[in-house]
Structures are given as structure tokens and as C-alpha cells.
Design a protein around this ligand. Structure first.
Ligand SMILES: [Zn+2]
Length: 61
């Protein structure tokens, strides 16, 4: 039976968050996940929170 909702604690900010339906697990949010990523990637990764506007001149449909 694994229909029980499991709560986990975000390793980043220690907020209790649900394991189920959480795409960012084991973190509570994308932000915490990115913070953790950044902590070992030493800032090489760009934060991909918002889509950056790009040159759409040659966009294919
Ligand atoms: Zn968190």
C-alpha cells in the first residue's frame, strides 16, 4: 500500500512538503532545487526559472 501521502522535509529550506505530486522532490520547490544544484555546480548553470526572450526571427512553425 503506497497510497499513503508521504511528507518529506526539503533538504534546502526544511519545509515540510508532499512527496507525491511534487516534481521538485526531494525539494519543496524548483527554487530550492536550483539552489541545491547551484551549490555543487558552483554557478555554472544558469537559473532556468523564466524563459529568456530569444530572437524569434527564424522560428520554424
Ligand atoms: Zn525548500
Amino acid at each position: 500500500m503506497d497510497s499513503i501521502k508521504k511528507n518529506i522535509r526539503c533538504p534546502q529550506c526544511r519545509t515540510l512538503t508532499e512527496w507525491q505530486e511534487n516534481p521538485f522532490r526531494p525539494f519543496c520547490s524548483e527554487r530550492c532545487r536550483l539552489i541545491d544544484l547551484g551549490s555543487w555546480a558552483s554557478g555554472d548553470y544558469a537559473i532556468v526559472g523564466a524563459s529568456v526572450p530569444q530572437d524569434d526571427e527564424n522560428t520554424e512553425i
